[in-house]
Design a binder for this molecule. Structure first.
Ligand code: PLP
Length: 337
């Protein structure tokens, strides 16, 4: 029997044989002592690719984001982000628990913030109000449909933050999808931001890990917070080596994931399904009346996907799904119509 087509997330990828070889052969040290050469290599490479002075390897995208929030704020501060933001929706209330901050969510079409809405959300400098200190932006926006910010909007948000004296963090879990879709280098996308988090374990296909990039000062502070949160890892080079391999060999190939998302979207649209989009990167969202029921019926027929919020399901392409998998997914949908 065929194994199911797994479009739940781009986090389900298995490391390739070549990636596993790179992991097995990686020179290792003790990264809490700062002497793991493979972690050092990944951090240097990530800093260079993101155009920042320094980088820190962390176990997850959640930790990268939360370490950033902790470093940029003090308890009682106000943090501004889109309603769709992963930092708010899917990180277990961590900003409140770890950083003691208040969050103001802004409605944003396709998850993309408008500078005017950010300006309007900043409270006056008055002791009654929590002082706004951080703006968080997500590119691509996951709940926004894998949407990509136009560069001019990112620059405008960066300029506004500077004017308002806000620190800026970019949740760039999928920044390389944005690079591949737009042709704008990740370093340029990240330029208006003080920090950027990047996931190695999503479209890039590594089994574990993210990097947080920023100034040398910020990363020094972040290293301390990572340790406090229990994220200091010893022979972590075995994992970092997968990240190095992914940055070297798995960036350009994401164009295939984007093309497959287009094919999936078109096939679903042609089949009369209520799809959102068209997709800009590797995600297809469809509107259905009973998401949990639909996910169960699709799973029973051999297609795994995710129910995301009221009335929506999400299908994500990644390096574990080929053209035949997409055609199989479409024929499973057709069998349910
Ligand atoms: C936009 C975004 N940021 C952060 C994360 C968190 O990554 P992790 O699952 O590694 O904690 C995710 C995970 O899906 C994400 O989609």
């Amino acid at each position: 029997m065929l194994s199911p087509v797994d479009l739940r997330s781009d986090t389900v990828t298995q490391p390739t044989a070549a990636m596993k070889r790179a992991m097995v052969e990686a020179p290792l040290g003790d990264d809490v002592f700062g002497d793991d050469p493979s972690v050092q290599r990944l951090e240097a490479m990530a800093a260079e690719r993101l155009g920042k002075q320094a980088a820190l390897f962390v176990p997850s995208g959640t930790m990268a984001n939360q370490v950033a929030v902790r470093c940029h704020t003090r308890p009682g501060d106000l943090v501004i982000m889109a309603e769709a933001a992963h930092i708010y929706q899917y990180e277990g209330g961590a900003p409140a628990m770890i950083s003691g901050v208040l969050i103001r969510l802004l409605p944003a079409e396709r998850g993309l913030l408008e500078p005017a809405a950010v300006r309007a959300a900043i409270p006056p400098d008055d002791i009654h109000f929590a002082p706004a200190s951080l703006l968080c932006v997500e590119n691509t926006s996951n709940r926004g449909g894998g949407s990509v910010y136009p560069l001019a909007r990112l620059d405008a948000l960066g300029a506004l933050a500077q004017e308002l004296d806000l620190a800026t963090h970019l949740d760039g879990a999928r920044i390389f999808n944005a690079q591949v879709a737009s042709g704008v280098p990740a370093a340029r996308i990240a330029q208006p931001f003080d920090s950027v988090s990047v996931c190695l374990s999503k479209g890039l296909g590594a089994p574990v890990g993210s990097v947080l990039c920023g100034s040398a000062d910020l990363i020094r502070q972040a290293r301390r917070v990572r340790k406090q949160l229990g994220g200091g890892m010893r022979q972590a080079g075995i994992l970092a080596a997968a990240g190095v391999y992914a940055l070297e060999f798995h960036v350009e190939r994401m164009a295939d994931d984007h093309a497959r998302a287009q094919r999936l979207w078109q096939g679903l649209a042609d089949g009369g399904w209520r799809v959102e989009g068209p997709p800009e990167t590797n995600m297809v969202y469809a509107q259905v009346d009973d998401p949990m029921g639909m996910v169960s019926r699709l799973a029973a027929a051999g297609l795994l996907c995710a129910a995301v919020g009221p009335g929506r399901i999400r299908l994500v392409t990644h390096l574990g799904v080929d053209d035949a998998g997409i055609e199989r997914a479409l024929s499973i949908f057709a069998s349910l119509a």
